[in-house]
Ligand binder design. Structure first.
Ligand code: GMT
Length: 374
């Protein structure tokens, strides 16, 4: 197949899933055309089957807000025509699904039928999409897609509960490349961070409020009172400065490090003992899956799709959003040397269920159904 993939090329989970999916499809022999405003961060263009088409967003003094949706729709039209694409797969409903709808209508006037598959990732539904300023367009574009997927059953349900969506939604969970995400020997790194053999707790995210990084720090403060531990906070975003202030306030500066964005995240996870994800909402929790693949157990909230990933008492523990006391109590159970090896083993075993090769055929099936339908 010749597949056009549209996504946000940033560090967010939806962009990562779209990019890794595209790379895997290319390896399977499909021709994959990324249509984005920047080169996706995890994309290496070293495959003959991968192409990148940049969306040019023209500014003009009259525009307070440059019309990205129109530039994207126009680019989709051109790429579908020039490259003779069989299908467009858009990741994140806003505005990708509505731009794809417009592209599809334009192409129809020229006698070209292009099926559109939309993948819902989370905040496009749970936070931004349900806002009245976007909701009618989101509902319409989902209903007009030829195939719709959501990354967890929780997100599928939320979509039905929040929007007037009538379309069947296939659940296709996030996936993991176990060749890349595996525990590696990085003893020198561990010694540098934990010179006295302290335990290591890690959190990675894009530092938005929804991630509740203050809870990570509060849980860590409680753990540290009982055992020698260090905390690594990986990522960048609006919450970074306030969180640096909180660390100072709680007198934790000697034990907490902010690492910023790191490309080889699997190297950091390789030396971690515990991953904390206390999110307010989380449609799947790709970062937690990446940790589990590197044999790191997870303390998480029980929000959204996290209950479909983290197995309570087995791969880690789940608590109600904001219940930092419960999270800290459970973290101490995991970090106990008598328990840690079993939790690590279980985490890896669970991650294996989301191996890329198990998930890829599910997307291919959705593509075939969408193409047959049109
Ligand atoms: O939350 C993020 O870090 C980014 C966000 C996005 O929209 O790119 O991630 C969402 O999509 C990921 C991939 O499907 C999911 O694993 C994340 O759980 C989801 N984030 C939220 O629901 C908050």
């Amino acid at each position: 197949m010749k597949i056009g993939i549209v996504c946000y090329p940033t560090y967010g989970g939806s962009g990562v899933v779209a990019t890794e999916l595209g790379k895997a499809l290319a390896e399977e022999g499909h021709q994959v055309h990324f249509i984005t405003y920047d080169q996706p961060s995890r994309l290496a263009l070293l495959s003959g089957n991968i192409f990148y088409h940049k969306v040019d967003i023209r500014t003009y003094p009259l525009f307070k807000y440059p019309p990205y949706e129109l530039a994207l729709a126009s680019k989709m039209v051109n790429v579908v025509k020039c490259e003779k694409l069989d299908l467009l797969h858009v990741h994140y409903a806003i505005p990708h699904a509505s731009s794809a709808y417009m592209a599809k209508q334009i192409l129809k006037t020229e006698g070209i039928q292009i099926p559109v598959v939309t993948t819902l990732h989370g905040t496009d539904i749970t936070l931004v999409g349900k806002d009245p300023s976007y909701e009618p367009v989101v509902t319409f574009s989902i209903n007009e897609s030829d195939g719709v997927t959501a990354v967890s059953d929780s997100l599928r349900q939320q979509t039905y509960n929040t929007f007037g969506v009538k379309k069947a939604i296939d659940v296709i969970p996030n996936f993991i490349d176990l060749e890349r995400f595996k525990k590696q020997k990085k003893d020198h790194f561990k010694t540098a961070i934990c010179p006295n053999c302290e335990k290591l707790v890690v959190h990675t995210s894009n530092f938005r409020k929804v991630k509740r990084i203050d809870d990570v720090i509060k849980v860590f403060a409680q753990i540290r009172k009982k055992i020698d531990t260090k905390l690594l906070l990986v990522g960048e975003g609006p919450e970074r400065n306030p969180m640096e202030e909180l660390v100072k306030e709680l007198n934790l500066s000697n034990d907490v490090r902010f690492l910023g964005e790191i490309e080889a995240i699997e190297e950091v996870l390789s030396v971690a003992d515990l991953f904390i994800m206390p999110s307010e909402t989380e449609s799947f929790g790709l970062a937690a899956l990446e940790a589990m693949a590197c044999e790191v157990p997870v303390i998480s909230s029980n929000a959204g799709g996290l209950v479909e990933l983290n197995v309570n008492g087995v791969t880690g523990f789940m608590s109600d959003v904001g219940d930092v006391d419960d999270m800290a109590k459970n973290a101490l159970i995991i970090l106990d040397d008598n328990n840690l090896p079993t939790f690590k083993e279980n985490a890896l075993k669970r991650a294996k269920e989301f191996e890329l090769s198990n998930i890829l055929p599910l997307y291919e099936e959705v593509y075939h159904k969408a193409i047959e339908k049109i």
